[in-house]
Design a protein around this ligand. Structure first.
Ligand code: SAH
Length: 253
């Protein structure tokens, strides 16, 4: 699991965010993966206002309450929406370029820190992980460490609100069956690399996880996963809360 920060020299997305904020436009933010063809992230999308949020994100912003943590906040679009709604938010990111732009945009509590940094503590009532927020977990093997961190950061009664996608549609055959190698790595574990102008980032792992698999890992790690809403394309919003009653489950198995 990655626990460091990204330096500006290796931060394509940070430069794209910075250019767009300062100049009103940016070049192409290119995305590469061994699993997909080259793709592009529209930089304007990183600055989306509340009206342009996908429904799942709108729901998460409306549900968020108390002291809120915006994990991997990027340009700060969700933190701005939360502040505008009078909510209390702390935005964190590992990109110093993005953190600077968030401060310039007037987000009051912004910190340059990795979610998994041991020095970073709560408590928070809501932890928001949006735009395939499960990505930051990186790989399935990091699930125990992820849930341990959530337990440490959450205030009593608090919850994680996270969105993710089930990538099984990538393996769908014409007859509607799925061709998935169950002996291989989990199909939602994706390696990415980004490039902006001449700036190349380090490769990183990004996890897409289906709801059933997430629920299993949650219960193994003392959490409950509740499906809040499904999106239009295999995406969904989930609420993760510590399971206060973990033993009661075995009675119906
Ligand atoms: N949530 C924003 C940005 C998503 S891009 C939005 O919806 O627009 C993902 C962001 O997470 C990037 O800005 C990246 O720098 C940050 N990030 C990645 N790993 C992180 C970690 N371990 N801790 C904190 N931020 C992280």
């Amino acid at each position: 699991m990655y626990i460091g920060l990204i330096s500006p020299a290796k931060d394509p997305m940070g430069h794209a965010i910075s250019d767009y904020y300062k100049q009103g436009k940016a070049g192409k933010l290119r995305v590469f993966s061994s699993r997909f063809d080259e793709d592009e992230i529209p930089v304007t999308q990183l600055f989306r206002p509340f009206e342009e949020f996908p429904e799942l994100e709108k729901t998460a912003i409306e549900m968020a309450s108390g002291r809120i943590l915006d994990v991997g906040a990027g340009s700060g679009c969700h933190s701005l929406a939360l502040q505008a709604a009078g909510k209390e938010v702390c935005a964190i990111d590992i990109s110093s370029l993005s953190v600077d732009i968030m401060k310039q945009q007037g987000i009051k509590d912004v910190r340059l820190v990795n979610l998994f940094d041991e020095q970073f503590t709560g408590p928070f009532d809501t932890i928001l992980m949006l735009m395939n927020g499960s990505g930051i977990i990186g790989k399935l093997e990091h699930m125990p460490a992820f849930f341990r961190k959530m337990k440490l950061l959450l205030a009593p009664g608090g919850a994680v609100l996270m969105d993710s996608s089930d990538l099984r549609f990538l393996f769908e055959e014409e007859d509607g069956s799925y061709l998935i190698d169950l002996a291989g790595d989990y199909y939602g574990e994706i390696d990415f690399r980004m490039k902006y102008k001449q700036i190349e980032g380090e490769p990183f792992d990004w996890l897409y996880i289906d709801f059933m698999t997430l629920s299993l890992y949650a219960s193994e790690n003392g959490f409950k996963a509740q499906l809040i809403q499904e999106g239009e394309h295999y995406d969904y919003l989930v609420r993760l809360t510590p399971d206060l009653n973990p033993t009661s489950k075995s009675s119906n198995s």
